[in-house]
Ligand binder design. Sequence first.
Ligand SMILES: [Zn+2]
Length: 272
Amino acid sequence: MIDTHTHIYTEDFREDEAEVIARARLCGIEAILLPNTDVASLPDVLRMCRNYPDICRPMIGLHPTELPESGVAEALDELETQLFADDGRLPADTPFVAVGEIGMDLYWDTSREDEQRTAFVRQLEWAVRAQLPVSIHARSAHRQTLDALRPFADDLPGGVFHCFGGTADEARELLETCPRFALGIGGVLTFKKSPLPAALRVAAPLNRLVLETDAPYLAPTPYRGKRNEPSYLVQVVDHLARLYEETPEEVRRTTTATARRIFRLPAVPAEA
Ligand SMILES: [Zn+2]
């Protein structure tokens, strides 16, 4: 299994991150992808990837709700310097597996829509230049996100609509517009009365889904409301298996293959 989007580098995990990683390994997680959210959180992401280099991989981006009050362009300048070498190219030994998390979020606040779009587009340009996939956060902004993304869809090597929570029509539209993208599926799938399972079943084949926790948020049932962690992906896999009438092993295999392809992660050799 691969946790394609998680924030276990935050304060919430400082006390017991080694145990969290150990539990992830025990349940068969082979990679944990860490998106930063702003300039300040990038060192925490990179520290964790240095401490657990065989399993943690960093992303780099500016989250739409984490735009600084002023100086958005300067924050993006800073991140761009971290991503690219002086010649403007991606270094051959880059640790970054994706640009993320980036996108648009108009749920609480619509007043910065234009700034969000400008930041999103600039980071999509990085991803095309670097030929890195993207991890996209879209909340109450399906149309705006897709409109900004559409001109880049053919040039991006891949991506994930992280924490997808839309309708069947929205799922279809995203997957058709972006044929190399997948939907990121986590704890929300397991919530009682969630309309997500029904939407996925009609609109998204299993091979267009990847697993994610978005920890510490959105822990699956029966941990709902508690701190989430990568090992809880087991619950998400069980729900997907019932939903798609497949075995949990098949769900693991298919979602892992899709995540490896999108993020270009090497296949882990089977243990002797
Ligand atoms: Zn996130």
